[in-house]
Design a protein. Structure first.
Length: 317
């Protein structure tokens, strides 16, 4: 109590006292803690994404920094020291809304642009930590999905030719079996089968649709360039999605995309005869893919279903 009273006295000298102790949670990685409420003040330490702190007080007026306008808050840090955080990078924390807050923070950071490898590692760590505290199976499934999406996000930011340097060496040692190198675009891609396995695990839950679409949309290494048949194979996951969720939220989008990918050139190559061993093998695989597409589309009620089926009727059986 004496320590807290001393802190409140300091806070009163710097700004406005807060009547009740409240908590805040950080919404960015490596958030800077300052000795005073100013960007020019010395940096004390940095806080990880999702760090919860107790608020002691705030400045009497707001400040605009990086397009965000808010107060500076004096807080108790994890090491029990006192420092200042800019409120534009914090959210009010309520233990009863913990899962909603963590979900919001993770999803927002996954969409953020210009995040580097270390930032993305913190997103992954927060998502992984959130799974263990999930209160029900639906929430656990959602955080398991966010964990895989965060892993994919981190993998994509892996810099070229850094496999033998820290922290990339350690990351590969831990996650190497879950990703595949992208020799064309650089970095790594998450293995899509991990998402399909997660969908199977939670297939009876509403979130299964979202998981399946994430699997269908998960980018994979390719060097298609202008090869239209290659592009169709790259989007094979959309066919699998339709088979599993013909009335799913993204069924119409999947049908639309596949309709655009089934071009005259693809149909021509599916109907071709002869050719070398490579051409015959490609044609055999293409016809199998189009057969599965026909079966999947038949289950849906998407707007562009009729047009796509008409295209498929042009293919020799």
């Amino acid at each position: 109590m004496l320590a807290l009273g001393h802190v409140l006295t300091i806070c009163g000298q710097s700004g406005e006292l807060i009547a009740e102790v409240q908590k805040k949670i950080t919404t960015v990685s490596a958030m800077r803690v300052r000795t005073e409420p100013a960007v020019s003040a010395p940096e004390m330490m940095r806080l990880k994404l999702g760090t919860i702190v107790d608020v002691l007080g705030s400045t009497p007026t707001k400040e605009t920094i990086g397009g965000k306008t808010d107060y500076w808050y004096q807080v108790i840090l994890p090491n029990n020291k006192v420092g200042w955080l800019f409120g534009g990078l914090l959210l009010d924390y309520n233990a009863d809304q913990r899962e909603q807050l963590l979900r919001r923070i993770i999803e927002t950071r996954l969409k953020a642009e210009n995040t580097d490898f270390n930032d993305r590692q913190e997103i992954y760590t927060l998502a992984a930590r959130s799974i263990t505290a999930a209160k029900n199976v639906n929430t656990r499934a959602e955080f398991e999905l966010l964990k895989l999406l965060a892993l994919a996000n981190t993998a994509a930011a892996f810099p070229r030719d850094q496999q033998n340097k820290s922290p990339y060496r350690e990351w590969l040692k831990t996650h190497g079996a879950l990703v595949i190198p992208n020799e064309f675009a650089g970095g790594y891609n998450l293995r899509s089968d991990l998402l399909w396995r997660l969908e199977a695990k939670y297939h009876r839950l509403p979130i299964a649709d979202r998981i399946a679409w994430a699997a269908a949309e998960n980018p994979q290494p390719h060097d298609c360039e202008g090869d239209e048949v290659c592009h169709l194979f790259v989007f094979e996951g959309a066919i699998k999605y339709l088979n599993m969720h013909p009335k799913g939220v993204h069924a119409a989008e999947a049908v639309k995309n596949l309709n655009e990918l089934l071009t005259d050139e693809v149909i021509k190559r599916a109907n071709a005869e002869g050719g070398d061993q490579y051409a015959i093998e490609e044609r055999t695989n293409l016809r199998k893919l189009l057969t599965s597409l026909r079966l999947a589309v038949a289950k849906t009620s998407a707007v562009e279903k009729t047009e796509l089926l008409k295209k498929l009727e042009r293919i020799n059986r």
